[in-house]
Write a protein that binds this ligand. Structure first.
Ligand code: MSP
Length: 524
């Protein structure tokens, strides 16, 4: 079986990361870890989009060379991914010479087969969005909206890609491949955008206007337009044309492609990922079964408003991770959003999810389970042969949680996967309350029952620590260390069965997993 090849959008290096960037990378990391746990080999690619006008301008403003500028911002991204335990296998930085060679080779291929042509054009141009505007972009009042920023009239010659030649193919591809885009309803947005006269795509910028880009190999007065450059990262860093370009240290493309998940935000679905990208691949000769799948997530907003530097509501994920731990933040951004939909970032919810759910529900269960076993049995587990309906019910909850978790995680419903695992936590906490181990410990006649209760709690925890591992890898490893059990090499989800802790198993020392934070939630 091919590795599970997962990518994210590559982040613009014109500004440091915010919570939206962090969410996307954590989402992909959780899926990568889940797929590994589920027995798949995984290749996870992420990186940075370093070329383009936005970067050139920001670098000019900062009085730095573009390379020095992007290296600095790139450092913020890599440091954050380290801090958040986002573990990628490939790093796609578009200034990497290997990537530049592939972009040029790809452009040459398209040029050689007549897919590119040069033409003069006069029109309105959005400096902010780096694109020419048409009447479609005008508001009902005939004016270009504020989202386009400064709009200037420009006349210039450029290179064009024969996008329109492939639009009919794309429509039929979308209609016959309901899995192409997740969630499926987003495909309608794409089909709507494809209605009307199809236009070719301008893929160049004159060198005098944009110097910070990859030169066209067949016309050095131009550099490549940023989307063509950026999208190509998904294949260049997967080893596409590696032999031809003399690229080393990259995966075997034939073994990896197509990607099963390009994880992107809804803002870059149309036209970039759902129109330009499949058409680029199709024009390059990729077959229909070589078109990657798009996983489109929603946005984190702030009190319903977009997170943006200009609104001054950007939240630094570093600060949040320092306060709530990387796992606390990972948990919150996975728990409080449904993949594909928007959510509102709320520090109040973050504090609550940490203190109530992680410190209270989850951490407390582990702590008291180990504590009681230490106190009453010196931390030694003896499952014995005692059984009753309460024990059976807990085992049943664990078994059901496993099935639901697998189904939900496989279909990108991470929040539901967490919910499934949490059923074990809730039931196990209720199990402590109803079996009352502290009372059982006082009655020698209840010794066998107490053993079975302590064993059930530890086993339930083994399951929780595996299921929640993709979401909170550090905390779950700590939990397993406290239980005194580590996943054996090659352990996969199908190995997770009741009875992993053997008779005589010695538990470790309990240490609070998520120490409660004395933080008052901010006033609403
Ligand atoms: N560089 C392009 C992507 C090129 S991919 C070939 C880009 N960069 S970006 O930095 O603006 O955005 C990177 C990713 O972060 C995108 O998928 C975008 O949707 C996502 N997010 C940016 N802000 C976000 C939120 N507020 N919430 C969730 N995700 C958001 O676009």
């Amino acid at each position: 079986m091919k590795p599970y090849y997962i990518t994210t959008a590559i982040d613009y290096t014109n500004a440091p990361p915010h919570i939206g960037h962090a969410y996307e990378k954590v989402l992909a990391d959780v899926m990568a870890r889940f797929q590994r746990l589920n027995g798949r080999e995984v290749f996870f690619l992420t990186g940075v989009d370093q070329h383009g006008q936005k970067v050139q301008k920001s670098a000019e403003k900062a009085e730095l060379s573009p390379q020095v500028f992007v290296d600095g911002i790139t450092g913020h991204f890599t440091a954050l991914w380290d801090k958040l335990n986002v573990r990628y296998d490939g790093w796609a930085a578009t200034t990497d010479p290997r990537h530049k060679r592939v972009v040029q080779a790809m452009l040459q291929k398209l040029h050689d087969c007549g897919q590119l042509y040069k033409q003069g054009y006069t029109g309105f141009y959005s400096v902010r969005q780096e694109q020419f505007l048409t009447d479609k972009e005008r508001g009902p009042d005939g004016v270009f909206g504020v989202e386009w920023g400064e709009v200037v009239e420009l006349e210039e010659e450029n290179w064009y890609f024969r996008l329109s030649d492939h639009v009919e193919w794309l429509k039929s591809y979308i209609n016959s491949h309901p899995d192409f885009i997740f969630p499926a309803h987003r495909a309608h947005d794409v089909l709507n955008a494809l209605e009307g006269a199809a236009q070719d795509l301008c893929i160049s910028r004159p060198l005098e206007r944009l110097s910070w880009g990859i030169p066209l190999p067949f016309d050095e007065k131009f550099v490549n337009y940023v989307w063509f450059d950026a999208l190509t990262n998904y294949i260049s860093f997967a080893g596409y044309l590696a032999g031809e370009c003399g690229n080393e240290g990259l995966p075997d493309f034939a073994n990896l492609w197509p990607s099963e998940a390009h994880v992107i935000g809804k803002d870059i679905l149309v036209p970039a990922h759902a129109v330009y990208w499949p058409i680029m691949l199709h024009a390059l000769g990729f077959s229909d079964d070589q078109i990657p799948r798009l996983i489109v997530h929603g946005w984190w907003n702030m009190k319903g408003a977009k997170i943006s530097k200009s609104l001054g509501n950007v939240i630094d994920p570093n600060v949040l991770a320092d306060t709530f731990t990387a796992d606390g933040l990972r948990y919150y951004v996975m728990r409080d959003i449904a993949t594909g939909y928007d959510s509102d970032f709320s520090e109040e919810r973050l504090v609550m999810s940490y203190n109530k759910e992680l410190a209270g529900g989850l951490g407390n269960l582990l702590n008291r389970s180990i504590n009681m076993a230490q106190k009453y049995r010196g931390g030694v587990l003896t499952p014995g042969s005692y059984d009753d309906a309460e024990n059976a019910a807990l085992r049943q909850t664990v078994a059901e949680a496993l099935t639901v978790y697998l189904e939900k995680m496989n279909s990108w419903a991470i929040h539901d996967g967490i919910h499934a695992a949490w059923k074990i936590v809730t039931h196990a906490n209720a199990f402590v309350d109803s079996t009352k181990p502290f009372s059982l410990a006082k009655d020698p006649a209840q010794a066998a029952r107490l053993d079975s209760v302590l064993y059930h709690l530890a086993e339930a925890w083994v399951h929780v620590s595996v299921l929640l591992n993709p979401i909170m890898p550090t905390a779950m490893a700590t939990a397993r260390a406290q239980i005194g059990w580590e996943t054996p090499a090659g352990f996969v989800l199908s190995d997770l069965k009741w009875g992993l802790l053997k008779d005589g198993h010695q538990l470790g020392t309990p240490v609070p997993l998520f120490p409660r934070l004395e933080i008052e939630p901010p006033a609403a």
